[in-house]
Ligand binder design. Structure first.
Ligand SMILES: [Zn+2]
Length: 288
């Protein structure tokens, strides 16, 4: 009798163990596939929650990163959540002043954007190469600095294509932004630049008129007093007074908490325009 009870007990234990094993395997096979990595985690690089190793017969699809906002045709400034700004220098490279400026930027770990005149880029490819090697952005500012609005279609093509080529030859980079000389463009030209050349038009929101008012103190004062988050600041690295103003400009803006990024980096941070329900804030302009 005692032996029989033990036999039955052993049988029950064996059946229970078999059942539990089967159920466990079956449950594992039915576990949902691993949740996809969130877009935020994918972009921030934060570690995702790790679960125990599991049977995963159907791998989850590759997570789709948050798409960048579509590029606008033209940017005067950007709407950013942080304190990013873009410092831009036009009309170079200049054989003496641009290297001086690059030293100032390097010393401070600041990135800027250079809108190059194509024929200058072709004359000084080693400076163009240095600009890119030090982490700055290079962009198209036409070949010979004409008013694009006064050119026929073929001349316009040449101004843009030759400059793209000079930049490409010096750096291997195909630029995606351009600034029309004097800011002179129209809807048709902007559309051509966008559609045919893949170039977004970059204007500016802060203009110290440094080409006209050759005074470092003025350049410093105007830029540091008129810069706001998302600003695109216009200046020219072919004027000694502008380059001489830069240490004070860069240090003052840094002390105010601004973070310098390239134009393309700023564009990537651009948010939909904030809704202004009532009050319209107009920044005080002291000069036109
Ligand atoms: Zn220019």
């Amino acid at each position: 009798m005692k032996l029989k009870i033990w036999s039955i007990t052993a049988l029950v234990v064996a059946i229970t163990a078999l059942y539990l094993t089967t159920a466990s395997l079956s449950a594992k096979a039915q576990l949902p596939s691993r949740p996809p990595v969130t877009a935020e985690a994918a972009t921030t690089g934060l570690p995702t929650v790790q679960t125990a190793p599991e049977i995963d017969p159907t791998p989850s699809p590759t997570p789709t990163p948050t798409p960048l906002p579509p590029r606008k045709h033209t940017y005067n400034k950007c709407h950013v959540a942080g304190s990013e700004i873009a410092m831009t220098f036009d009309d170079g490279p200049h054989p003496k002043l641009t290297p001086m400026l690059l030293d100032m930027l390097k010393e401070r770990g600041i990135k800027a954007t250079f809108f190059l005149v194509g024929k200058n880029a072709a004359d000084y490819p080693e400076i163009v190469h240095r600009i890119v090697a030090e982490g700055h952005e290079v962009a198209n500012h036409s070949w010979s600095h004409p008013q694009l609005t006064k050119l026929g279609p073929d001349a316009l093509n040449k101004e843009i294509a030759q400059t793209n080529e000079a930049i490409h030859q010096a750096t291997g980079i195909q630029t995606t932004i351009m600034r029309p000389p004097y800011g002179a463009t129209n809807a048709a030209i902007t559309k051509r630049l966008n559609d045919e050349f893949g170039l977004a038009v970059i204007m500016w929101s802060v203009d110290p008129l440094d080409w006209k008012i050759r005074n470092s103190a003025h350049v410093t004062k105007y830029i540091t007093e008129n810069t706001t988050p998302g600003a695109i600041i216009l200046s020219h690295d072919i004027h000694p007074t502008t380059v001489e103003a830069m240490p004070a400009v860069l240090d003052t803006l840094t002390a105010k908490g601004y973070k310098f990024v390239t134009v393309s980096e700023l564009i990537a941070l651009d948010l939909p325009e904030p809704v202004q329900p009532t009050a319209k804030t107009t920044p005080a302009k002291t000069r036109k």
